[in-house]
Write a protein that binds this ligand. Sequence first.
Ligand SMILES: [Zn+2]
Length: 175
Amino acid sequence: MSAESRSNAAPWPVAPRPFYEEAFGSWLGRVATRYQISVGTLWELSVSEDMPVLGTAGWILFPTISRSALGRFATLARLDDGRLSHIQTPPAWLADRRCMPYCFRCLVLNDADVSAPRWKREWLDPTAEFCSVHHSPLETVPASVFRLSNHFDAALRAISRYREKCLFRTTGRLR
Ligand SMILES: [Zn+2]
């Protein structure tokens, strides 16, 4: 596909809307799930410029994208630019990580839409330690979960497997 044909491409038939507290990578991962493709392929099919280089946490810690890429995604998803610009990752948060903190209850129980788990942007803040809703310490998953998952649903499945493994180990120790 040429850059020109890509920039003229029609909007996506369906696109999940980003939640206000969601991370940009989470939204992109959910769009990729919708079309059963990888985040990398989604980028290639959507934007004529190269995808930013991702770190150890893959697409969940998605570097701030260019104005033109932002405009392109906004057109494809029929959103205004502001909506996507609001959920960009602040450059100060971009660093390679071994683990990504998150709150499992918040991940799976999205107040705005129970059927749509999403990754909160605040969990990408390197200083995040507690859940702002539940006031409990954040759990962690290996950053590789996102690097090795094609899209959001694949990452969710990997997170569940990792949690089960951890719970199993904890129970084993207590016995
Ligand atoms: Zn929480």
